[in-house]
Unconditional design. Structure first.
Length: 254
């Protein structure tokens, strides 16, 4: 596969087998999600648009984030999305983007008026639902928050779930006190679970400084990343990016 990639990296219309990449993602609606066997969502449709303009074929697959991340690091024809570009990840991937802004919030239930967070330190006594291997989890771990052992029925810390949808179900079941979620993802997942999003109250903004990107395995030639970047810029210039954003994100973002 990589020989094929390198052989056609010089241009969209080069001769030879069609250029193909494996695109791995997680269930993170409405950015990326699988519906009736089809991988769709804002970032997924954006990637399809960019790939078509760049002359690249992508095969998309939804996996738990930790598995997707591991494969993206090991398989040379693979990209992963939607991923936060952090200093720890900077040299592990070629980056294309940004895809979209990212605002991560610690949510409490509206009836939990006992939870008052003025700083992140105020969250330490509480059980916090977050996603395995996510950038938000890494941020919390760097601040001294630790996963809760399975045998520990009390005390604060991180309860790690496979994705946001699973965490929302656990939050509804009162498995933990605070939920880590993107603002628009919290709205989407609450509605899908039959919950009024107004019952989710932002207790603290955890992070609003980053954005989401496509991360390409570094074995993929740099020219391919450049072509995808150019395709992204084209979609923003001709209005297709904003049309797609309005379809999926506008009502749920600030």
């Amino acid at each position: 596969m990589l020989a094929c990639l390198i052989g056609v990296a010089g241009g969209v219309h080069s001769a030879g087998p069609p250029l193909e990449l494996m695109a791995l993602t997680e269930q993170l609606p409405p950015l990326n999600m699988e519906v009736d066997g089809k991988v769709t969502g804002f970032a997924s449709e954006l990637l399809d648009m960019m790939a078509a303009d760049a002359g690249i074929t992508v095969r998309k697959q939804v996996l738990p984030w930790a598995r997707a991340y591991d494969r993206a690091l090991r398989q040379g024809d693979t990209l992963i999305y939607s991923m936060v570009r952090t200093p720890e990840r900077e040299n592990l991937f070629r980056w294309v983007g940004p895809i979209s802004p990212r605002r991560v919030v610690l949510y409490r239930w509206a009836d939990r008026n006992d939870i008052v967070l003025k700083t992140l330190d105020d969250a330490r006594p509480y059980r916090i639902g977050t996603t395995l291997e996510s950038a938000s989890t890494k941020l919390l771990e760097k601040q001294g928050f630790a996963p809760i052992p399975a045998t520990d029925a009390a005390g604060g810390g991180l309860e790690l779930g496979v994705n946001d949808e699973a965490n929302m179900r656990k939050f509804i079941a009162k498995r933990f006190d605070l939920l880590v979620s993107l603002d628009w993802a919290a709205v989407h997942n609450a509605k899908n679970a039959g919950i009024d999003p107004a019952l989710l109250v932002p207790a603290l903004v955890l992070d609003d400084a980053a954005a989401y990107w496509f991360g390409l395995n570094p074995a993929i030639p740099p020219d391919i990343a450049k072509r995808l970047d150019q395709a992204l810029l084209k979609s923003k210039a001709d209005g297709r990016y904003n049309q797609l954003r309005q379809k999926y994100l506008l009502k749920n973002t600030r």
